[in-house]
Write a protein that binds this ligand. Structure first.
Ligand SMILES: Cc1ncc(COP(=O)(O)O)c(C=O)c1O
Length: 401
């Protein structure tokens, strides 16, 4: 063998040996946060990649905007389920977090995040007891209610353990999933809370999930004002009745620059990552695109089959929450089709072009809450280099949810 050929083979062998060692080691390297030499190419796909610079920009822009608009920030955890991210938000001035489930509330509070607001009422004995137990451990915890029965149940459970539970009344704001009718009925509920020995009336919530994705800033503003109007009117009634309304909570990524002066605090979540739905809603500057926040989150996938003309198969399918409305980063010429549990199809709009076996392809997701829920962690990347990983927490097992 020539010296040159031997050198080439040795180099190749040591390169693949290094790659194999890295692959075998990835979990232990992640555990040790030892990112030396770890690039996107080394990661098991499909996986979530967070562009560290864009993510940082999004966090900072929201924190600065809330200050500018006179809003407290209590961002929604269900989008990210990450203690690391919640703590970053708190570091930038957030007064706490909003959560959708008892498990998220326990997780955040147990990790030292104060000011957790549960935005789904804890109906049913198991949920009520968990919430009261949490309130005992963490006096900064708050739950919502939208029904007199819930108020009575909560007070009874709180009395049994001599706990005082902070309560916000949830007012209907366009989504039929929850919320008491604003006006006299809501006032009566606020009075009921306030009259209970073991409950502490903190204020009102009105989450307008319809306004959040309304296209066009003016239309969005109109919708948000219409949807939270009942809550604002109820707040006035409460004030007149001598019930101080400390909290008026609501809002979203779509309304962060609309709700200031009306709400006291904002619950936005998606802004930190952004998804394919949100970028279409238009900004204050124009209806074409919503670019106030950058698309920082992608799903890294690998081309695993190249057999049939006009399409390439990736290793992300239904189990990875792939959707035909997802998009390929930097590739408007490619569309996505769901194919199966562990397969996804990429098709060129016009014929058959590049993509080779083993190539990496990054996707923007459609529904953040659902997507982040099926992955173990966010890999933070600067260019190709991985610099950190944040675990996604509390998403498996009945007790966790
Ligand atoms: C009650 C509540 N508040 C806030 C949000 C956050 O909204 P977004 O992710 O659109 O900012 C959600 C999201 O669905 C929600 O359900």
């Amino acid at each position: 063998m020539s010296t040159r050929r031997a050198f080439f083979i040795n180099t190749l062998t040591s390169a693949s040996a290094l790659a194999a060692a890295k692959a075998a080691n990835i979990e232990s390297r992640i555990g040790k946060k030892d990112w030396r030499g770890i690039t996107r190419e080394d990661l098991p796909t499909p996986c979530m990649i967070l562009d560290a610079d864009l993510f940082e920009k999004n966090l900072n822009h929201m924190a600065a905007s809330c200050k500018q608009f006179g809003l407290n920030f209590r961002g929604h955890v269900k989008i990210h389920k990450s203690v690391d991210i919640a703590k970053r938000q708190v570091g930038l001035g957030a007064i706490g977090v909003t959560v959708a489930t008892e498990a998220e509330a326990e997780l955040m509070s147990g990790s030292g995040v104060k000011g957790v607001l549960l935005t789904r009422q804890p109906a049913g004995k198991e949920k009520t007891m968990r919430v009261v137990a949490l309130a005992k451990r963490d006096p900064s915890f708050i739950t919502i209610v939208d029904d007199p029965w819930m108020v009575d149940q909560l007070d009874e459970a709180a009395a049994a353990t001599r706990t005082r539970v902070n309560v916000v009344v949830d007012i209907f704001a366009g989504l039929q999933r929850a919320g008491i009718e604003p006006g006299p009925k809501a006032l009566a509920l606020a009075r009921r809370v306030s009259g209970k020995k073991n409950l502490n009336f903190k204020g009102l919530m009105a989450y307008s999930g319809i306004a959040s994705h309304t296209k066009g800033w003016e239309a969005r503003k109109d919708r948000s004002m219409k949807d939270i109007g009942g809550m604002l009117q109820t707040a006035e009634l409460c004030k007149k009745a001598g019930l101080p309304v400390e909290i008026k909570s609501g809002g979203s990524t779509g309304t962060y620059n609309i709700d200031g002066g009306h709400l006291t605090e904002l619950q936005a979540g998606s802004y930190m990552f952004m998804d394919t739905g949100y970028i279409k809603i238009g900004s204050k500057a124009g209806n074409a695109i919503y670019d106030d926040f950058a698309q920082s989150l992608t799903i890294l996938t690998t081309i695993i089959v190249r057999k049939h003309g006009g399409l390439a198969t990736i290793d992300a399918g239904l189990k990875a929450m792939l959707k035909p409305t997802d998009t390929v980063k930097g590739r408007p010429d490619v569309v996505i089709e769901n194919q199966g549990a562990e397969y996804g199809i990429l098709k060129w709009k016009d014929g058959d072009r590049d993509y080779k076996l083993g190539d990496k392809v990054e996707l923007y997701t459609t529904h953040l809450d659902m997507t982040t829920n099926v992955y173990d962690r966010y890999y933070l990347a600067k260019g190709d280099q991985i610099i950190d990983a944040y675990p996604v927490m509390g998403r498996s097992g009945a007790a966790q949810r």
